[in-house]
Design a binder for this molecule. Structure first.
Ligand SMILES: [Zn+2]
Length: 123
């Protein structure tokens, strides 16, 4: 058989087509994998957002205030600035404190570093 007989060319084309199908299947699987991950992340974010104890506007004002006090005066390993803000802004204390604890905000500097980070990433 000559190296470039019609039959051989057809076989080459067939092999190339099979390779294409294989690659296409693989990329479809990657896509659905990515899609599942994306959906899972979106659900996580949705759940995180649903558990925010206050509106985004209040959360922002709260973090700004605590951050300002911590950088000016420092953290004394309590939630004193957090509690001061809650009192000054007449917000329900327990839901916010509990949410802060769940997000590693056990003192004012952790509120700014950890809880704020969690909020920023999910808002
Ligand atoms: Zn601290």
């Amino acid at each position: 058989m000559a190296p470039n007989s019609p039959l051989q060319r057809t076989r080459q084309k067939l092999r190339a087509a099979e390779r294409n199908v294989g690659q296409h299947k693989e990329s479809l699987m990657e896509q659905s994998d990515r899609e599942r991950k994306r959906q899972w992340k979106a659900q996580q974010r949705e759940a995180a957002r649903a558990s925010f104890p206050m509106s985004d506007g209040l959360m922002e004002a709260f973090f700004e205030s605590v951050e300002g006090s911590v950088s000016e005066i420092g953290c004394d390993h309590s939630l004193r600035f957090t509690e001061q803000w809650i009192t000054a802004n007449q917000q329900p204390k327990e839901p916010l404190i509990e949410w802060l604890r769940e997000n590693d905000g056990f003192c004012d500097c952790e509120v700014v570093a950890n809880a704020r980070d969690h909020w920023e990433q999910n808002r």
